[in-house]
Design a protein around this ligand. Sequence first.
Ligand SMILES: Cc1cc2nc3c(=O)[nH]c(=O)nc-3n(C[C@H](O)[C@H](O)[C@H](O)COP(=O)(O)OP(=O)(O)OC[C@H]3O[C@@H](n4cnc5c(N)ncnc54)[C@H](O)[C@@H]3O)c2cc1C
Length: 449
Amino acid sequence: MPGEELVGWGRTAPTAAYLVAAPDLTTQRDAVQLAGERGVLARGLGRGYGDCAQNAGGTVIDGPASSGLLDLDLAGATIRVRAGTSLDDLMRWLVPLGLFVPVTPGTRSVTVGGAIAADIHGKNHHVKGSWGNHVTSFRLIDGRGEVHDVSPEGDPELFWATTGGMGLTGVISDATVRMQPIGSSRLLVDTDRTGDLDEVMALMVDGDDDYDYSVAWIDLLARGRHTGRSILDRGRFATRDEALAGGAEDPLHYAPHQLLSPPDVFPPALLNPLTLRAFNELWYRKAPSKRRDHLMSIEAFFHPLDMIADWNRIYGRRGFLQWQFVVPDAATEVVRATVERLSASGVSSFLAVLKRFGPGNDGHLSFPTSGWTLALDMPVMEGLDRLLDELDDLVVAAGGRVYLAKDSRVRPELLPAMYPRLDEWREVRARVDPDGRFRSDMGRRLGLV
Ligand SMILES: Cc1cc2nc3c(=O)[nH]c(=O)nc-3n(C[C@H](O)[C@H](O)[C@H](O)COP(=O)(O)OP(=O)(O)OC[C@H]3O[C@@H](n4cnc5c(N)ncnc54)[C@H](O)[C@@H]3O)c2cc1C
């Protein structure tokens, strides 16, 4: 087997591939054209949870080897950037200039290429949609090594097949993205602690339109009448004056840092239902029951997990998975049933996040569609697959889907129901990659390619 062992954030299914550093368009084209019969795939920072950025026995192009800002139009709030650039770098460069990324996931350690390929969403999907909605064009290397300038107006099919296409339509080399002007690097945040799931869902339905960002952390280990008790955080960026009035000396100051990193071999036995229940209890109790207009930094509000480097290692050698689904607004019963089933099952999850999505975009395989999305981390354990298979069936029956960027286990036969435009996507892929050069472990596992 060739060189480098690669794995997703959940560390469940490592495979080896030839990892190629290709810092520019020419070397990226070479890597595509020289790839052997196991094909080629672009990889970002490996924050996809499963096997989406792996290509066993084939070539993998190392995204972060190609990083940097190519053009900045400050007045027009637009950037052109190499696809391997991380959102972390973008924020460090641009927040002090009054620009923020239009959409940020729960970690800033993702690349622009990974953001397009997974069409990532954030806490503001109900207002701003997903990452692809803010991309005006990108350069894509296809399966023959030809370079396309792709925009939603010029080649909508290729643009939207690539946005959410999980790297299987080509290598994105650079992209032009509209950023969001901000007056400060602080957010004004309202927090509500709720006693159960019904209460948090009602608050979100009633009030989310009043906020740019909204997210609820659910205590998945609470049972009985407390099932689904949550901490709901909602907010918006503070203006310059509001930040100054709140005591910020430099309203656009931004210098996040990592605090600590877990020990190399963290005993997974520490992550048992007992310790996690104690942790969740503490977390829930320490949140204010109701707080208004609290000034928070970007890193505290959006990326608290980034404070701990490599926190994925705390789950030990067996790794963990994240299960994230979306169901339409009317399917509140599915959200309730999954929370109840998982709470009752004794699964040790301390990260369970509920958000609301607005309408989806034209991405053939883009994940977000209007409704409720629930994401939870779980250590790999006996019986989990069977439980999640049953819950997948509930999601599909309600017209929902799971998120490919998080997936490591869904049954391939469910994909056409979850992603009804799959065949259309395959047609676009066949146009730009007739010999099927772009391959991934996920693509093979799910029969996408
Ligand atoms: C702690 C944590 C929190 C997260 N929170 C969220 C969230 O709130 N919302 C959300 O949407 N996601 C979230 N994610 C998932 C993450 O945003 C996506 O998986 C994202 O795609 C990871 O980007 P990456 O650069 O690490 O890409 P990788 O994981 O390396 O790759 C992801 C996919 O992108 C493709 N790809 C990467 N670069 C290119 C390129 N240049 N050209 C073509 N294809 C490419 C790969 O082939 C692969 O299919 C989270 C992940 C973590 C670990």
